[in-house]
Write a new protein. Structure first.
Length: 447
C-alpha cells in the first residue's frame, strides 16, 4: 500500500508521526553528543575538585582518561542490552528507559561532592556514574536514531541523517561556548574557585534537563516504527553468530576508521594547537567552534550527496578524501601560526575527518533488517569506539619515530583507508525498503 491508495487522513497521520520521530531523533543525538563533550570541555577546568592536592601529573592525566573512556567503554554494552529490547519489545519503550536512566545519572554527577568531602570516593563515583550513563546513552541512540530513520521518507533519508548527525558539532560548539561563558564570569584558579566548586555543574544540569525534554517528547508523541519484526531469537546472537555477522564486521571496519579519524580531528587537534602552534585557550576555542560550525553545515550536504550517488560511493570517496585532503590539512594546521590560516586548516581537518557521520545514521540503519536493526546500529556504532579510544597509546608509540605533532596524521591516514575499505566490503543501501519489510532488501548492483 502506498500514498496513492491510502486515505488522505492516514497519509497525513503518517507524515505527522514521521516529523515527530525525526525531531525526537535529532534531539536524542544532540543529547548524546553533548554528554560526550562535557568531560572534555566543561569538566576539564575543574578536575582538581575530584583529586587530592598531592596527586602527580601522570596520575591526574590517567584519572581524566578514565572519566572520558568510561562512558565510551560502556556504550557497546548499552547498545547490546537496549538494542535487544528495542528489536524484540519495541523502540519507544526502550528509548524511554534509556533516556530516563541517562538523565538520572547526569543529574547525580551535577551534585557530586568533591575529594575534600569524601576522598577517593568522589572520583570513583564520577567514573561509575559516567559508566552507568554510558550504558543508558548507548541504549538511547541505538533506539532513537533507527526509529527516526524508519519513519523517514526513503528519498530523504540521506538529508534526515545529516540533520540528525549535524547536532554533534553543534553540541560541541554549544558546550564550548557555554564553558567559555562560565569561565569568563567566574574564576577557575584553584580548588576553592567558583567554577571548580559549582560552575562546572551547570552544563551537567543542562544535560539532565535536555534528557527530560527528550523523555517528554517520547512519552507523549513518538510512535512505534512502521516495520514488521519477525522473532528469530536473540538479535545480539544473530549479529555475532548468525547470518548478519558479516554485515557487523563490515560496519566495524568502517566505523573504526571513522572513530580513528574523529579522535585525531577533535580530541587531539585542540591540544596540539595550544602546545605546538602556541595558540591561547581562547584562540583554540574560537578555531574549533568555527570548524565545528562549518562541518555542521556539511553534514546535511554530505547526506544529500550520498542520497544522489549512493552511500557506498560516498564512503569510498570520502575515505580517499580523508587521506589526500584531511592528512595534509593536519600538517598545514601544525605549520602555521596566524589565526586566519589556522582556522582554514582546522576547518579542512574537521570536515575531512569527521564528515563521515553525515550519512552514517541512514547507512547503519539501512544495513540491518528490522529484526536486528537497533542492535546492529547500536553495536556497530559503539563497538568500534573501543580500539580508537586508546589513541593516546598509539600516538605515544608513533612518537618514537615521528615528531609528536605529526603522529595524529598517521591516525588520519589509517582512518581514511579503513573507511574506504569498509565501504568496499559492503553493498549499496540507499534503496533499502524499511516501510513494509521482513528482511532488508539491499540493492546488489554497484551503480
Amino acid at each position: 500500500m502506498n500514498e496513492l491508495t491510502r486515505s488522505p487522513g492516514a497519509v497525513a497521520t503518517d507524515r505527522s508521526k514521521a516529523r515527530t520521530a525525526i525531531r525526537a531523533g535529532v534531539l536524542a543525538y544532540f543529547v548524546d553528543q553533548f554528554d560526550i563533550y562535557l568531560p572534555i570541555l566543561a569538566l576539564a577546568p575543574a578536575t582538581v575538585y575530584f583529586q587530592s592536592k598531592g596527586i602527580s601529573a601522570s596520575a591526574a592525566a590517567l584519572l581524566d582518561a578514565f572519566v572520558f573512556a568510561s562512558t565510551l567503554i560502556a556504550r557497546p554494552l548499552g547498545a547490546a542490552i537496549f538494542g535487544h529490547f528495542a528489536d524484540t519489545k519495541g523502540r519507544r519503550k526502550s528509548t524511554l528507559v534509556a533516556v530516563a536512566g541517562f538523565g538520572i545519572a547526569t543529574a547525580l554527577i551535577a551534585v557530586l561532592p568533591g575529594y575534600a568531602e569524601i576522598g577517593f570516593a568522589s572520583a570513583g563515583s564520577l567514573i561509575a556514574l559516567r559508566f552507568i550513563g554510558g550504558i543508558f546513552l548507548g541504549g538511547e541512540y541505538s533506539t532513537a536514531v533507527p526509529l527516526a530513520m524508519e519513519w523517514s521518507p526513503r528519498s530523504r533519508r540521506g538529508l534526515v541523517s545529516g540533520l540528525i548527525t549535524c547536532t554533534s558539532p553543534g553540541s560541541y560548539a554549544l558546550a564550548g561556548a557555554l564553558t567559555l561563558l562560565l569561565l569568563s564570569v567566574m574564576p577557575s584558579a584553584g580548588v576553592d574557585s567558583a567554577y571548580v566548586q559549582w560552575g562546572w555543574r551547570i552544563p551537567f544540569a543542562i544535560g539532565a534537563l535536555l534528557s527530560l525534554v527528550l523523555f517528554r517528547s517520547y512519552l507523549k508523541e513518538v510512535d512505534e516504527p512502521r516495520t514488521t519484526r519477525t522473532r528469530r531469537g536473540s538479535p545480539l546472537l544473530l549479529l555475532l553468530r548468525g547470518r548478519h555477522r558479516a554485515a557487523l564486521l563490515q560496519i566495524f571496519v568502517l566505523m573504526t576508521g571513522t572513530w580513528l579519524a574523529t579522535n585525531a580531528g577533535i580530541a587531539v587537534l585542540p591540544g596540539l594547537l595550544s602546545s605546538h602552534v602556541g595558540l591561547s585557550s581562547a584562540q583554540v576555542s574560537i578555531a574549533m567552534m568555527i570548524a565545528s560550525a562549518v562541518v555542521a553545515v556539511c553534514y546535511p550536504l554530505f547526506g544529500m550527496l550520498s542520497q544522489r550517488i549512493g552511500r557506498r560511493r560516498f564512503f569510498l570517496g570520502y575515505g580517499v578524501a580523508v587521506v589526500v585532503i584531511g592528512a595534509p590539512s593536519y600538517v598545514l594546521a601544525m605549520s602555521v601560526s596566524a589565526m586566519g590560516p589556522v582556522i582554514l586548516a582546522c576547518c579542512l581537518v574537521v570536515v575531512f575527518t569527521i564528515g563521515t557521520f553525515g550519512p552514517i545514521a541512514a547507512y547503519l540503519t539501512e544495513r540491518f533488517p528490522s529484526e536486528v536493526r537497533a542492535s546492529g546500529y547500536g553495536v556497530g556504532y559503539s563497538l568500534a569506539l573501543i580500539l580508537p579510544a586508546f589513541y593516546a597509546v598509539y600516538l605515544n608509540g608513533l612518537g618514537a619515530v615521528l615528531p609528536a605533532h605529526l603522529t595524529p596524521v598517521v591516525l588520519v591516514v589509517v582512518g581514511g583507508v579503513l573507511i574506504s575499505t569498509g565501504a568496499l566490503l559492503g553493498p549499496e543501501t540507499r534503496h533499502v525498503v524499511m516501510e513494509q519489510e521482513h528482511t532488508a532488501t539491499v540493492e546488489r548492483g554497484h551503480e
